[in-house]
Design a protein around this ligand. Sequence first.
Ligand SMILES: [Zn+2]
Length: 448
Amino acid sequence: MSLNNFSIAALHPNANNFKITGIIIGKSNMSTFEKSGQQNGVVKFIIRDSNDHYINCTVWGTAQFIEEYNVQFKIGQVVNVLRSKISNVRHDNSFDPITSSSLQLTVNEGFGTVECFDGDVAQFVKLLNVPLKSTDLALNLADIASANPSDSGDFVDLLVVVAKLKPKRQLKNKGSVRDVIVIDQTLPGMFLTIWNEAWIDRSDSWDEMSTTLHLINISFKYSEFQKSNILETRTRTIIIVDPKSERSTALKDYVLNSTLSLTDFDTSEPDLASITTVMTLRQIADRIDSSTESVFHSLTYAMVTHMDIDGWSPFYSRRCIHCNCQIRVKETSCNKENCSIFFAESPLDEHYINYFNIPISLTDHTGTIEQCRLIGDTAERIIGHTLHDFLKLSDAERTAIKWKFLMERCSVKLWIKRKTALRWNTQIVIVDCQLANPAEVLEKIKVY
Ligand SMILES: [Zn+2]
């Protein structure tokens, strides 16, 4: 019996013996259960055949049959759904993705089938990047960050850029999970936990600081561990990668041109002349604890009480010249895949740059801050030597340089970068340090 070809838009509840062709844009985790002494399973797909039309397709069968489907069919594949059952979407169903179609397809083992489409897939593949709904309707991450934890579990739409892909984690008996840090113009990082195996696989092809995600019906909840709201996928979630829209392009441009940095080596230093707010170390510590701003600056009058540049403590670091990420000082090349490819294609002598990264303690009459850093070009300017030259100096010469600052009252300009999802620790970077003029100190120093 020949099959009737139907588009999703033209489907009706009485259609039978029909064929739908579309691309898989979403897929559930496979689940199994016992029924009449037999292991059965189910896996669900979202099938799309045009800009505006997509439908859910649920496949039931023995665990072995479902396992085969699960392995064979992935997001991005174009398939034919043949002789499936058709029914109305149940209104009380709060688990399946919300589709354009009010109908749903069901394939039962032995009744209906899904097979690979062997025609021209180009027109279908394009649909992977066509928004399912307007990206202008998406909320900002800042809205979610400030949302009341009692609203946890609500579904929202967001448009974000992948900032950092964390390694996949294997769960006991429950597949895997992956945390991704996402950003937008309003927030420098929020955790997104992906529980969906199909999307965990797809995420390997995402590029940090470039891939844009339209997250539709993503859920958020308060994490005690992160002490903030985080995002997580649910069975209802749909993801469109790099959606073609003006807002998506604008967001990508913003991230490419922003000063957000994934490393401690940040070349975009603030304008020194603009740092005039005088703060004591105690005030700085309080502001780190209490504020929500990701970055602030201060002018501080303090004594340098620790500056190890003449002993065995490490005072420089190494970064990859391609990705800017820190690598171990004893390694000569970054082991990221993209960097290996880059270096293979453009032969260079050195794949890294060494830079000063000096731990410094500051002390004033209100306390001590231990984990300040003097980094890169700033360190070279203040010390008066390039790292290259400094490494050739004798220990005695290095000690002499150290004593120019140690136990002296200095006027120090600090760039304080608070801990965020992208930054594991608060960083206090010294952007300027000069011996202080005692008269100036008397005039400006604060009691608290
Ligand atoms: Zn690298």
